[in-house]
Ligand binder design. Structure first.
Ligand code: EPU
Length: 438
């Protein structure tokens, strides 16, 4: 596929699309299969690039992966796991953040792991200090090298007590994937409890793990000696569902998202309603639509679950450019997630970013000079522009802006969007969007 899309904006999106399993769960469940002594089967797997990246890494370590891509089924057979060559792993350097989660499973299976420099979206510094601290606390030895990190376990990893400075999704997953086969009890305080993490816990329990999630973000894991394969259907991608919902709202459209589920989207649905969008939920999915009339401005703060997800923020900001009055969005998860607003300003949006914590309680970025609050003044008509996709969610937001704007926009670098949105051009077509490939 070409990397450039000419989008002829101004047509409301209307119709039906389907979302499958969550990118941010499927990739972790694939890594979990490494821990089993027998094969696993994962269903509802979307065809996105991140699945390809993790498949490549698993295959390098001797896991047999059979995919029925259309049917969304992956069979993962880890019976012949082996050490991969550093040079081969390095070829995957920079392509995703998932490799860091291979550490625990590989330490249990092979006693060592090599992790290349990590990729992922450039939406902040995205350090891995929590991950490395966790691995050290289990007894692993971490050796930073020029092109990555070498980690080894001189003896069986030992259960431990850890308090996270911030409820990081990746660090909580790191701990889970390491603790399930460590010796003894592990207790994690201030854990992340995102639905994707709960579904990972479901998978691990199917494999034989003993994990309890207590109140107040405490997770306890009783290490076991062996785990087996799992069969599991991935939970729906609530980020993709919310992205299409925001696209429907910004363009004045009406989109039925088959596969979208309510319980994981409560915070989004509340906000969508406050902005003036309407939705109708049934057993198969959620219909999101613009009921006509003015949209309302809101004050919004992103947060860890059960709050409003950071990944929902960027697509919704485009819809807020069409709302009447001043909206305030305070980003508290990533320090640098408003870079995408530069392009929106170029298209006619009135958005200012501020270093202060606006509209809510102070967050950990307030004193640190990061532009992490945005004030959006609307409604402003958007006009077509030549735009470059900056990252996955910011890129989808640009696409929504181009669909909302009058005229023809050139959206460059759209292959980045394939990382997390399955067949998005086919879905755009199904919703009546007008666009041409270069
Ligand atoms: N953090 C640290 N040190 C660490 C790890 C995290 O300081 O060792 C900080 C981060 O810099 C960030 C905050 O903690 O400020 C939260 O990061 P978290 O670890 O929760 O994020 P992540 O695991 O790297 C996942 C998703 C992101 C999503 C976040 C929050 C995957 C592959 N990625 O990232 O998804 O935004 O959780 O929900 O699961 C996306 O899908 O576009 C995306 C960026």
């Amino acid at each position: 596929m070409t990397d450039l899309l000419y989008v002829h904006g101004g047509t409301p999106l209307s119709g039906e699309i389907t979302v499958r399993g969550a990118k941010n769960f499927v990739s972790k469940a694939m890594v979990a299969s490494l821990l089993g002594e027998t094969p696993s089967e994962l269903r509802n797997v979307p065809q996105i690039r991140d699945v390809g990246v993790v498949t490549g890494l698993l295959e390098l370590h001797g896991v047999r992966v059979d995919a029925d891509a259309e049917g969304g089924v992956l069979r993962l057979d880890p019976t012949d796991v082996e050490s991969a060559h550093v040079a081969d792993i390095d070829a995957h350097a920079g392509s995703s953040r998932i490799p860091i989660l291979f550490c625990g499973p590989l330490l249990h299976r092979l006693g060592e792991a090599f992790i290349p420099d990590l990729g992922g979206c450039r939406i902040g510094d995205r350090p891995i200090n929590y991950h490395l601290d966790i691995l050290r606390q289990f007894g692993a030895v971490v050796d930073k090298r020029e092109n990555g990190i070498h980690i080894r376990a001189p003896r069986r990893l030992q259960g431990t007590k850890i308090t996270l400075p911030y409820p990081s999704v990746g660090a909580t997953e790191q701990l889970l994937l390491t603790a399930v086969r460590a010796e003894g009890m592990t207790e994690l305080t201030n854990a992340a409890i995102e639905p994707e993490i709960m579904d990972l816990i479901n998978v691990l329990q199917k494999m034989g793990a003993i994990i309890s999630v207590d109140t107040d973000r405490v997770i306890r894991i009783e290490g076991v000696d062996r785990l087996v394969g799992f069969q599991h259907t991935a939970l729906a991608d609530r980020i993709e569902a919310a992205s299409w919902a925001s696209a429907a709202l910004a363009t004045g459209g009406d989109v039925y998202v088959r596969g979208a589920t309510q319980p994981e989207m409560t915070a989004f649905l509340n906000t969508f309603r406050k902005v003036g969008g309407e939705f109708a939920i049934d057993d198969e999915g959620i219909r999101f639509f613009h009921p006509g009339g003015d949209l309302s401005s809101i004050v919004l703060e992103t947060d860890v679950h059960p709050g409003f997800m950071t990944d929902w923020q960027q697509p919704l900001v485009v819809a807020l450019t069409q709302a009447k009055g001043l909206s305030i969005v305070h980003e508290t998860v990533y320090e640098n997630r408003f870079g995408f607003t530069d392009a929106l300003r170029g298209m006619g949006a009135t958005i200012q970013v501020y270093k202060e914590c606006l509209g809510g309680r102070p967050c950990r970025f307030g004193q640190r000079n990061f532009s992490h609050s945005a004030v959006i003044s609307g409604p402003t008509p958007l006009t077509a522009a030549d735009i470059e996709v900056p990252d996955l969610r910011g890129g989808f937001s640009h696409l929504i802006a181009a669909l909302t704007a009058q005229g023809t926009s050139a959206v460059r670098g759209i292959s980045l969007i394939d990382r997390g949105y399955e067949n998005f051009t086919a879905k755009l077509e199904a919703l009546g969007a007008k666009f041409d490939r270069d």
